[in-house]
Every structure is written in structure tokens, then in C-alpha cells.
Design a protein around this ligand. Sequence first.
Ligand code: NAD
Length: 508
Amino acid sequence: MSHQHLEQLAAPTPGSDLAKALLASVQERGIFINGEYSPASNGQTLDTCDPATGQVLARIANASEADIDRAVAAARAALNGPWATMTPLERSALLIRIAEKIEAHIDELSELEILDQGKAWAVARWAEIPAAANQFRYFAGQAMTIEGRTITTSVNYQPEGKQVQAWTVREPVGVVAAITPWNSPLVLTAMKLAPALAAGCTVVLKPAELTSLSALRLCELMHEAGLPTGVLNVITGDGRTAGAQLAAHTGVDKVAFTGSTATGRAVVAASQSNLKCITLELGGKSPAIVLPDADLELAIPGVANGIFFNGGQVCVANSRAYIHRSVFDQVIEGIVAYGSGLKLGHGLDQSTEMGPLVSKGQADRVMSFIEGARRDGASVLCGGEQTGPNGTFIQPTVITGTRGDMPVHCEEVFGPVLVAEPYDDIEEAINWANDSEYGLAGSLWTQDLSSAQRLSRQIKAGTIWINTHSMFDASLPIGGMKQSGYGRESGQVAMDNYLEWKTICAVV
Ligand code: NAD
């Protein structure tokens, strides 16, 4: 085990001068509406902490209802400003400049994300921040592909000598409320902003209260890149007040929400105020199925990484593994060795492989699942302890001997906790995989591609990976079936989230 140095974590204010400067100034800047910073109108703030140490990094504004009204009004007005007349080519060029800004500030954005969320350096610097830039690059292309259709109708009652012509055009949905969670703040924000702006919408962004810093910095960079005033407004604050008010606001045309299934339900209820459109990217309990012929050199690190990456705080994490009995011991031994060998620490130490969870509350919640599994008679094969100076680190944990109805087996834990069980025949494994209220993702590990192809159609989930897990790209649609939500982000289809169809039918 290489977790011993955690106790030596002091409470420094680490980070570059730029990141420190942002931390120092974020309080004065507050929320961002119509191109200007202001404090919350009620003067309220919320602490945002470094989860590794518990140290307060900054105080962010806790927006009031009046602030939300102002932000929505700014976004509405901007729909009719210079933004409305920008050509697709101009919007595309702007999105490219935003991608370049992110790339030019990649170290600083990585540091902010590490300090605020607890990520390991490599996760932020080499995976998530580059992926955020790629979202803007990809949707820069999509901005230039918006097309309607001409339609040949069967209408035959037009006046003598006239004909009916009909066509469709695509128009921006309007004002978008983008509400994001704390696990991968910047990339999940980019997954909403890039297609919304490519489509010509305007946005009020509400980042998660635990991790708002990178969104505030991104907003600045986007304006430096030339985003017109009012097109993006950022409201920080508590989800149950600011988030709920934004989701219910009748001036909002669409909510693009990523977060837990419970909050997703509240967003659906709030949308009834004006029947706004919504897309929901919610929770998951994704299975990995390891077949007897799997290439174990790929499968062992692949399944381990699929649950331990970002401390398991990944919506698509493979938190369940169903492994053929003939290879179960070997695979489990490998995953246990992988997890036990991970170096836990502060993400700014570049040798750290797994950081803390986002908060003490989240670590306590994950720990309660592990304790519940122990009480229910399951076996904890590695990890299973809460540690670190702030109690926010959870050791990579592998549990077996569970039943399908145990909370650790059927609920979203959102931590580095794998439930692994042996199966005898593949139908049994597929049934277990589908025995979930969630349907976000899954993976199949086998060298037999024709069975993989067949089985991939039998699992009810938005994404199935074969011989990999959590492989993302801006071109690949991602989203859930069942209670993992509806709608897709990334890929061409994501443009549909932000565009209406309008039919025009003329007698000419
Ligand atoms: P959360 O649901 O608690 O919060 C998400 C966002 O909603 C935050 O900004 C929060 O302030 C806001 N919010 C809270 N209450 C609200 C309300 N009543 N109305 C409107 N907004 C409200 O989720 P979280 O704990 O921040 O994130 C973890 C969850 O996100 C996990 O369940 C995870 O699976 C999910 N997630 C899903 C995906 C996906 O693509 N499917 C991706 C990442 C995370």
C-alpha cells in the first residue's frame, strides 16, 4: 500500500501565481451578468474548499432570485443583439478561439480544477481540460452544418396556377440554463456551452457550488476570445435555491442539466412552469462484463481504471464487474493489486494517481456504502478505509459476496468502490447488467468481436464499450436510458438539443 504519505498533507495554498490571483479575486468578482461582475444582490457568499486539506480557497457569490432574473433578462436581450447576426462562420471562428484560449491556459485551468475538485494532475491536465477544448473545436465545425430541408408535400388544394412550397429551417432554442455537477466541472460545462453557442443560443450557467472556479475563469477566457456581452452569464450559488429558481424560471427556454437522478426529477418538475425543453444527464451504475476469453492484459487495468479514475466520481464508472468464474480470481487479484498500488495524495503533486473525493460529505456517504456492505456480510478485498487529514480520501475498494439488492450493488456510490461478482453463463451476466434502474453505459471485455457485437445490443444503456471503458470523444454521443436521463451530449446529435425545427409552407 502506498497511501502512507497522506497524513503528511499540510494545508498549503499551493498553485501557480495565476491560480492564486484568481482565488484572491473571485470574491470581489462574484457573479457575471451582461459582461460585468457583481456580488450577489443579497450579499451572500459560500465557501469553496480544497478537498484534500479542507482549506477555504475562496468565497463565491450565492446568487439571489433577483440575480437570476437579471441574468435571464441579459441572456434574453443578447438573443437580439450582435449575436443574432453573427454568421455560422463567425460563430465557428469564435469557438476555435475559445478552444485556443483553453489550450493556452491549460495549466492554470488544471490547477483550479485540482484545487477545487481534488483531481489528480494527470486527470485534469491530460484528460479533462484538453477534452473541454476539444468540445469547442468539434462544435466549431458543427456550427457550419446547420441545415433545414425542402419538402415535397401532397397538398392539392392550392389556388389555380399556384403551387405549394414547403421547407424547414432550424432556429436556436433561445435562452439555455446550463446546470452542471462537481465531478468534472470544466469538461461537462464545455459539453453544454459549445453546442449551445454553435446553435446560436444564449446561456445562463449555474456551476456546482462546490466547484465553480474553473467556470468563472472559462467565462473570462471566452470573453477575451470575443464572445459578445450577455451571451454567457454565470450565476454561482446553492443548487436548492439558485439552481431551483433557474430551472423554474419562465424566461428560460431550455435546461441542459447534468447531475444526480434525484435532482433531475426536481428539474423535470420545475420545467412545468413554462413546459421548457430539457435534457438530463443523470446517474449510473454501469456494468463491466469480463468474458472467459478476454485479453486480461487489457481487461484488468481497463476495469480498474474504469472505477478508480477520478476517484470513481465519473457518471459512467464501471461500479459493477461481472467476471466469468474461470478467470474471476485472476482478474480480481489484478484489480486489487492495481487499486492497492495507486498513490493517493494532493493532485498538485504530479506523482499522485488518485486525489480525495470532492468533499467530506461525499467521502462519508461513500464510506457508509462500504460499512453497509460489511454489515450485510460482503467481503472487502482491498481498501475500505476513509483517510487523509480532512477525511476526504477513500482507499480504492473492491467488494465481493454482495447481493443485487444491497445498496452498494444497486445504488450509485460515486466513489472508488467496485462490486465484483463471478458468473457462470453470459445470459446470467446480461440479466444482472440490466437489473438496474440506470442505463448510462457498460463494457464488454472479450476477443470474440461477433459475440461482443451481439451482446452490445442486449444491454440497455446509452453507450457500450468493447475492450475499453470511459472512452470519450467530442464526436461520440453520450447519455442515458432508463433513469440515467434523456437526450445526448457530444456528437452531431447534441446540436438537436439547442435547435428548433420551424416549418414554412407557402403558396407561391
Ligand atoms: P447534483 O444533482 O447534486 O447537482 C448538480 C447541479 O444541480 C449542481 O449545480 C447543483 O447546484 C444543482 N442543483 C441542486 N439542486 C437543484 C434543484 N433543485 N434544481 C436545479 N438545480 C439544482 O449532482 P452532483 O452531486 O453535483 O453530481 C453528481 C451526480 O452527477 C452523479 O449522480 C453523477 O452520476 C451525475 N453525473 C452525470 C453525468 C452524465 O453525463 N450522465 C455526468 C457527470 C455527473
